[in-house]
Design a protein around this ligand. Structure first.
Ligand SMILES: [Fe+2]
Length: 497
């Protein structure tokens, strides 16, 4: 259901400096007619915004992202076009064969919100979606970002990483996998494409965008990259041994072609191959030059916490790059929709991994790793002011005896502080967003915003936690009966209302 509310009920007091917009995207519709998507990531994108105005009044709006995919499903009354995992229901094999030759629109930006062009333009994107532009003012959909370069001429870009904006330059970075067909043998030659959008891109919504190609990385076994790291010099990409599984995809596609049933999901698109190492690539942000790769033990990850450069090594004078990342020993459970609906939602959310710190010594080419045992954590956020520098604190959620808790982690002392006034018997939080306090360089000066569901009633609120003390400032209540499905990573836009 989409609604607009001018005055949400606020319990407590909001900081006077907390003025701006919190925007989330998330999958919100999973059936059309008798058809149901096979994977959570296929759910149709909804945009959500809380706007905290000058007088502290909180407005709320949610709106469907207006995509060609959603329009086609709705008008057809069934799944009519392909999504990242789901395939359309088409009755005859001949029609299915004909459909195979129609290029997909891939319009369903349902996970990541970001801004480029000096924070002037808003986009919503997802693992399998094109980059979809919308306007902050009314959450109106502009359409696919109007790219005018030739980066995608040789094939579509899929599995985009969550974008990262360089705090110093305002440049917007990501990487994706391009499915290229080799003209020599017509074989599939996928490669990573690392690119940016310069900060001085035209600010008008819908204006042409020219990406800067940083480099292309050829690899025999591309693995989707969910998050990246940026330091002063480097774009950092971690390639885990979880490559795309062409056989699995082709088998699922072939079965759909023959029977009309498609049973793949995001997990089937990759194969866990722990006999391979994890490869960490450091790429010069300006020149695209790639350093010799670092190889380390196999692990799985979704989220880089932070990356930075510092002197280190045996005598403390060698150039090193540090990476804090949430590691899993193997891929956790994914997002199959039926499992998500029938199973325990906390289990489905992935549980948590162990925070590990890698030190890559540029002088010796060696990498070392230190862990944080007994830490079960994920969905990290840090103060964006320390992005690219050594952070002391990170924030996220932990699996605390089966309960999800918002936490603050101290990377120096390994102390973990939990949101103390959470009623764990009913309140289910999700990834907090860190909002730094203006005019302060103190790393934990700011607030965390997390959307919390009261499970017995289904009602939701946004908790505003003091990031230093973990005391509650306020709860901003969504209207009673308004359902907020699990959503992706949120984005705060300070002062933008
Ligand atoms: Fe994520």
């Amino acid at each position: 259901m989409t609604i607009q509310v001018d005055n949400l009920r606020v319990e407590g007091t909001l900081p006077a400096w907390l003025r701006g917009s919190l925007v989330h995207a998330g999958p919100a519709k999973f059936e059309f007619g008798d058809d149901e998507f096979v994977d959570w990531v296929d759910g149709q994108a909804m945009l959500y915004r809380i706007r905290i105005k000058d007088n502290g009044v909180c407005e709320y709006t949610n709106k469907w992202l207006d995509t060609s995919n959603h329009r086609a499903h709705r008008e057809g009354g069934r799944i009519t076009v392909r999504e990242t995992c789901s395939r359309p229901s088409i009755p005859t094999i001949w029609e299915r064969i004909a459909y195979m030759f129609q290029p997909p629109d891939n319009e369903n930006g349902n996970l990541h919100i970001s801004q480029f062009g000096g924070n002037s333009r808003c986009i919503s994107m997802s693992v399998g979606s094109s980059l979809m532009e919308f306007t902050l003012e009314d959450l109106g959909t502009v359409g696919k970002v109007n790219f005018k370069d030739d980066i995608a001429d040789m094939g579509p870009l899929i599995f985009h990483a969550e974008p990262h904006v360089d705090g110093a330059t305002g440049e917007w970075y990501t990487c994706a996998i391009q499915l290229k067909i080799s003209p020599e043998d017509m074989g599939l030659k996928p490669e990573y494409v690392v690119y940016s959008i310069p900060a001085d891109t035209q600010p008008e919504p819908g204006a042409p965008v020219y990406r800067r190609l940083i480099t292309r990385v050829q690899t025999e076994y591309p693995s989707p990259v969910h998050t990246i790291g940026l330091t002063d010099r480097f774009f950092i990409m971690i390639q885990i041994p979880y490559p795309l599984n062409w056989d699995g995809m082709l088998n699922a596609e072939g079965k759909w072609l023959m029977t009309g049933k498609y049973e793949g999901n995001l997990n089937d698109y990759n194969t866990w191959q722990p006999e391979r190492p994890t490869i960490i690539r450091l790429i010069d942000k300006v020149t695209g030059e790639q350093l010799p790769v670092f190889e380390t033990f196999p692990f799985f990850f979704f989220h880089v916490i932070n990356t930075w450069e510092e002197k280190g090594g045996a005598d403390g004078t060698q150039d090193c790059v540090f990476i804090d990342v949430v590691c899993y020993e193997e891929p956790p459970v994914g997002f199959p929709l039926r499992q998500a609906r029938s199973g325990d939602v906390e289990d489905w959310r992935g549980g948590g991994g162990e925070v590990k710190r890698f030190c890559l010594n540029l002088a010796t080419g060696e990498s070392t790793c230190s862990g944080w045992p007994d830490n079960c954590f994920d969905e990290p956020k840090i103060n964006p002011k320390v992005s690219g520098q050594r952070q002391r604190f990170s924030y996220g959620v932990i699996d605390d005896n089966g309960m999800l808790r918002i936490t603050k982690q101290d990377h120096e002392t390994h102390e973990v502080v939990k949101w103390g006034t959470q009623d764990v018997s009913r309140e289910l939080p999700w990834q907090p967003v860190f909002v730094p306090m203006p005019y302060s360089d103190k790393e934990d000066a700011g607030v965390l915003l997390s959307w919390v569901r009261d499970q017995p009633t289904g009602d939701s609120f946004c908790v505003v936690l003091d990031a230093e003390t973990f005391e509650e400032h306020a709860r901003i209540h969504f209207p009673e009966g308004h359902h907020l499905p699990l959503h992706g990573h949120g984005h705060w836009m300070q002062g933008q209302i």
